[in-house]
Design a protein around this ligand. Sequence first.
Ligand SMILES: [Zn+2]
Length: 134
Amino acid sequence: MGRAKAITSIILIQFILLHVTKSQQGFEESSAARTLKQESHDTHEVHCSRERSRAAWQIIDDYLMPFVEEEGYQISTDCRLHPDNDLFRDQERHKIHLDVNEWRCGYCKKSFRAERFLDQHFDNRHYNLLNVVC
Ligand SMILES: [Zn+2]
């Protein structure tokens, strides 16, 4: 991959990360009342969209990582783009897609009709397995 293409990819990734941050703020404001209600019984709080995180990491894996490997660069573990800093990576790896309408949890083997139900299951049952570092 050419240097110009890699730079374009990095700019794109930065735009996505910025957009995700802004969207989260908007979401938090619009659901302030609901958040207050949830705070009373929820001890875990993760303000990050799983879908957007998945889309951003897909772009990083497709466009940035081949360039990083080709050039022999080492990404610092402090960098947000380091794979170890992917909040959902472990859970995403524990998704078993058996058929169009069959998803299975890799932790407890429970089955679901759609990926979004498995996402909800992760949020409800396995939130303690999220890679929360901050
Ligand atoms: Zn499970």
